[in-house]
Design a protein around this ligand. Structure first.
Ligand SMILES: C[S@@+](CC[C@H](N)C(=O)[O-])C[C@H]1O[C@@H](n2cnc3c(N)ncnc32)[C@H](O)[C@@H]1O
Length: 220
């Protein structure tokens, strides 16, 4: 493993704002399910998740903008989480936390009604073969989100993939979800939107290739 990557792994293991739960031997480690506000953030503020956060640009930027909300960035790759966690430490963003884990087990980490909002930013579109069920807006995942979200909570997806966007619209219809916002071309229709114009690592690559960025927000 490259030295730089190893250093990031070592840092993440000692960062106080990161929980790691990817090793089998950690399976029995107590998870803060139902206690994120009382024991971790020590306040009663709304909890917002960024799933597949990568370098966590959304977690960090939203945390700066909304100090009265708590943000948790989640990804399975520790060296990516490192970037967001380091910025949060350097800027003393106490309203952020990070979990290195598999999103598939989200309901083991959060209690019913514990989460107020979910952002899903440029998730892998899983285009080839029959991998639709791996998409983070597949019914399997919506059922997991339903177990932890408050009624009426928003799920917000930003993507460069027309396939994932139209697939999500189909799932929204078949699962009888309610669309609360839809922007087919973010930079054409809402270039000055504070939240939608936050640019992630992957988004910058997509924009360089001239891809169109779409956004949909819905309730379960
Ligand atoms: C295409 S990248 C996008 C990263 C970031 N949101 C961005 O826009 O730069 C997708 C991310 O999803 C993470 N990921 C994919 N499936 C996951 C899963 N089941 N659990 C946790 N993370 C996952 C990957 O590790 C990767 O960092």
């Amino acid at each position: 493993m490259a030295k730089n990557k190893q250093k990031k792994f070592d840092d993440v293991a000692r960062f106080e704002n990161v929980f790691e739960y990817t090793d089998f031997q950690e399976e029995n480690r107590e998870k803060p399910k139902g206690k994120w506000n009382s024991e971790i953030f020590k306040n009663k503020n709304p909890i917002v998740l960024e799933l597949a956060c990568g370098k966590a640009e959304y977690t960090v930027n939203l945390a700066r903008k909304y100090p009265d909300k708590n943000f948790i960035g989640i990804d399975k790759k520790g060296w990516r989480i490192w970037s967001g966690a380091k910025v949060a430490i350097d800027e003393s963003l106490t309203n952020t936390h990070f979990i290195r884990m598999f999103i598939d087990h989200l309901d083991e980490y959060f209690a019913p009604n514990e989460v107020d909002e979910i952002w899903i930013i440029f998730p892998d579109p899983f285009l080839r073969g029959s991998r639709e069920s791996n998409r983070l807006t597949a019914p399997k995942f919506l059922n997991i989100y339903k177990k932890i979200l408050k009624p009426g909570a928003a799920i917000r997806l930003k993507t460069d993939s027309p396939e994932l966007f139209s697939y999500t619209l189909e799932v929204i219809e078949s699962e009888q979800c309610k669309i609360i916002d839809r922007v087919d071309d973010v930079y054409k229709e809402r270039p000055d939107d504070d939240e939608l114009s936050i640019k992630t690592f992957y988004e910058q690559m997509h924009l360089q290739k001239g891809k169109r960025i779409s956004y949909i927000a819905f309730q379960l």
